[in-house]
Design a binder for this molecule. Structure first.
Ligand SMILES: NC(=O)c1ccc[n+]([C@@H]2O[C@H](COP(=O)([O-])OP(=O)(O)OC[C@H]3O[C@@H](n4cnc5c(N)ncnc54)[C@H](O)[C@@H]3O)[C@@H](O)[C@H]2O)c1
Length: 383
């Protein structure tokens, strides 16, 4: 089950660039759980990077992590804050559970450290705005860890729209989602309110939002009518061997939203950790000159189960054709390499807070709309 839920990212490099190893980039990692493993594997491959410090709240976890991955010479801390106080870091990977994203990112930026923050950006819109204020004040890089942006397939969606082949995009329907896939193979940090903060939307929904919103240039949301549910998360039958997890479940296992975006685009969004259906279906992008069908997929690995299809009317004939599918290797290496390169060149974030705050505003609005039981307006404060 873990293999189904948690992607095993391939580590074959398809591009090797000459890198200056003269000065090592000093990296720290805050949170030594599952995803930190994907970060350390890639950092250890980089000759110009030194992982100098590891922090985890759980005593002994950072040390065990270092042993498991063969990290030598790192210092260990019991909190990200202690690490930031005592180390001179160039960059930090924040791999904590969601509710610690904002405090750790603000702390790192206030210490003048560049930040690679795992997705989702934060739990609430307010938190995202506070992180952006700290980013602005610090002048440091803040990039959010959406590795699918490194996938040629995901990039192709944007290229197709930018080419004008679809005409004006007016409607997008998000697909995908899991039939049974509440992520508890390593414990309950994803499903508890205190640690996860948000559920299916923060885990996988944010990827499908990013895939679609990035493709159309991240227009702002105007209004959202949202719905969230937790029927499966609170049912002990869904945790074989761990029925007690049901009582800990404090987030959503399903969410849907009808979102009006600036520029006259409707986004019809749904995501699921568990439902009585195989999938929410394909992702559809409708334009005035063409439509794009993206087969139901796990957006986070940037891979497609089969090619995307374009539908058009040409000279009075209905035609459709495949978009050749690409391999999507090495996404984590590329994501972390782009962060290190940005640090070395005083460059920009690959996935910026200016974009992802919109993603977060939609998730936040779906939750607030569900609580209010009606459509709500979305206002994103300027930073
Ligand atoms: N990009 C991806 O493909 C991907 C995949 C899985 C998870 N994630 C994201 O990564 C994050 C972590 O997920 P995970 O599965 O590794 O969770 P996890 O629960 O396995 O690990 C999180 C760790 O952070 C530690 N921690 C929390 N707050 C801390 C703090 N202030 N200082 C030091 N340590 C702290 C916890 O003790 C825990 O060991 C989540 O936000 C999740 O959404 C991303």
């Amino acid at each position: 089950m873990a293999r189904d839920i948690l992607n095993e990212f391939e580590t074959i490099h398809d591009e090797e660039k000459a890198i200056d190893t003269g000065k090592k980039v000093k990296i720290g990692i805050i949170g030594c759980g599952w995803i930190a493993g994907a970060h350390i594997i890639e950092y250890l491959k980089m000759e110009d990077v030194e992982v100098v410090a590891l922090a985890d709240l759980i005593p002994g976890k950072a040390e065990a992590f270092a042993k498991k991955y063969g990290v030598e010479g790192a210092k260990y801390y019991l909190s990200g804050h202690d690490m930031l106080e005592n180390e001179q870091l160039d960059g930090v990977s924040i791999c904590t559970y969601n509710t610690q994203h904002a405090p750790c990112a603000i702390d790192a930026l206030e210490h003048g450290v560049n930040v690679m923050l795992e997705k989702p950006f934060t739990v609430t819109l307010d938190e995202a705005i506070e992180v952006m204020k700290a980013e602005k004040k610090s002048g440091k890089i803040l990039t959010i860890g959406f590795q699918p942006r490194m996938s040629a397939n995901i990039q192709m969606i944007k290229k197709i729209i930018d080419s004008g082949e679809l005409g004006k995009v007016y409607y997008m329907q998000a697909g995908g989602g899991r039939r049974r896939g509440i992520p508890t193979p390593y414990g309950t940090t994803f499903i508890e309110k205190e640690t996860g903060g948000i559920g299916a939307m923060g885990d996988i929904g944010c990827y499908s939002l990013d895939m679609l919103l990035n493709a159309v240039g991240y227009p702002k949301p105007l209004t959202v009518s949202g719905y969230t549910a937790n029927f499966f998360g609170v049912d002990p039958e869904n945790y074989p061997g761990h029925p007690e997890y049901a009582e800990k479940f404090g987030v959503e296992d399903f969410a849907a939203g009808f979102i009006r975006l600036e520029g006259g685009i409707i986004l019809d969004f749904r995501i699921s950790w568990a439902m009585n259906m195989d999938s929410c279906g394909d992702t559809l992008i409708l334009g005035t000159k063409g439509g794009l069908r993206i087969p139901s997929m796990d957006c986070y690995n940037g891979d497609l189960p089969k090619p995307m299809m374009i539908y058009k009317n040409v000279a009075g004939k209905k035609i459709s054709f495949e978009v050749p599918k690409d391999e999507a290797p090495d996404l984590f290496f590329k994501k972390l390499r782009s962060f290190v390169d940005a640090i070395k060149t005083n460059g920009k974030a690959t996935v910026s807070s200016k974009e992802i705050v919109i993603n977060q505003a939609i998730i936040d609005a779906i939750i607030r709309s569900n609580e209010a039981g009606r459509e709500i307006e979305v206002v994103i404060p300027e930073v």
